[in-house]
Design a protein around this ligand. Sequence first.
Ligand code: PRP
Ligand code: URA
Length: 208
Amino acid sequence: MSEVCILNHSLLTHKITLLRDETTDVRDFRQLLHEVSTLICYEATKDLPLVDKTVKTPICETVGKVMKNQPVLVPILRAGLGMMEPFINVIPAAKVGHIGLARNHETLEPEEYYCNLPADISEREVILLDPMLATGGSGSAAIEFIKRRGAKNIRFACIIAAPVGMEVVQKDHPDVDIFVGCLDEKLNEVGYIVPGLGDAGDRLFGTL
Ligand code: PRP
Ligand code: URA
């Protein structure tokens, strides 16, 4: 079974509470999403594979470690885009793929409308980005699409998850580790996370 890492950090808890607040406007929502994603990035990248590299310091030669490969960031459109820049700030040479998925608001099933991934994705670690893991349908489908294109090592970074969505992704993809800022209580009858933060894409892009 995959690892589920629920981050426990006062700064993160503080910022997620502000993200949830319905009076937080678009500008502050973007800024907070950026800050929260940066904190999650550190945890989600803690065990990226490293290889030896010999460098010469001003004092002597030493064998250090560097990343084996640049990872591929894959934000799930739209809301995942809000997590991309903070991850790129920390991993500036990362490759980026995109997957466009939208939940059909009646069936709650994810529908794919775009997919563009690096050709060498099979050789790289993939970090899937989406702030919300609700029913798990979008996350699970996105992982399935990426796997079909050859990805072998995938981890999923999100900000708020519902227990049921987490279970779905774990059951469908037991090889994918999940890093989440907060595990919420449940879903409501229309598939929103409770207490959650509402529709992340709408709040990020001001399309409420
Ligand atoms: C949201 C969110 C996830 C999905 C989670 O996207 O960003 O992708 O819902 O829900 P699920 O776990 O039940 O699939 P949405 O479909 O609203 O699209 P958007 O980002 O374009 O607003
Ligand atoms: N997608 C969102 O943006 N928010 C939720 O609560 C559930 C799915």
